[in-house]
Design a protein around this ligand. Structure first.
Ligand SMILES: [Cu+2]
Length: 167
């Protein structure tokens, strides 16, 4: 009986530990993290506070007519052409149509036409029916996703999703 109680107590403690630890504790940026990343350059898809992407000229729910020039914004990271990552906090934009943000450390798909890579470091693109045939009239989601030089996603925290209505 004592042993069962002991096991139960351990299990409860373990459960408490799990639930009391916020999921993003490891992502809380500290000076220490910053130094570690710069020194080791191991995790090339870790992100820091204040780093984000955004659509400078689109708001959620906006109605647009094609062609439409959509701009890509980023704060706290630098845009560079796709290449072997030498420095952290760099990468390029991706525009996803009707797709969800890409998990951190996972490659942004290359073959799916709903994932557009801007590996030259582009800061805008023209949404046209020729280049984006999936943008048929009606509601769609646009997701801006930042990824490193090897197209490895910085994750949902470095993405921005909005809804648009194509007229
Ligand atoms: Cu890419």
């Amino acid at each position: 009986m004592k042993r069962i109680l002991y096991i139960t107590a351990v299990a409860i403690m373990a459960a408490c530990n799990n639930s009391s630890a916020p999921a993003d504790t490891t992502n809380v940026p500290t000076e220490q993290h910053k130094h570690d990343e710069t020194a080791e350059k191991k995790d090339t898809t870790a992100i820091l506070a204040g780093q984000k992407v955004f659509f400078p000229n689109l708001i959620d729910g906006q109605e647009i007519k094609l062609p439409y020039v959509v701009k890509f914004g980023v704060e706290g990271m630098e845009v560079e052409p796709a290449q072997m990552p030498k420095e952290p906090n760099r990468g390029h934009h991706h525009l996803l149509v009707d797709r969800e943000p890409v998990k951190a450390g996972t490659m942004v798909p290359m073959e799916d036409p709903n994932y557009h890579h801007f590996g030259k470091g582009q800061l805008l693109d023209t949404l046209s029916i020729e280049k984006y045939p999936m943008l048929t009239p009606g509601k769609h989601t646009l997701t801006l996703q930042f990824a490193n030089g090897l197209h490895m996603s910085y994750g949902p925290a470095m993405s921005k999703q909005i809804h648009i209505v194509v007229k």
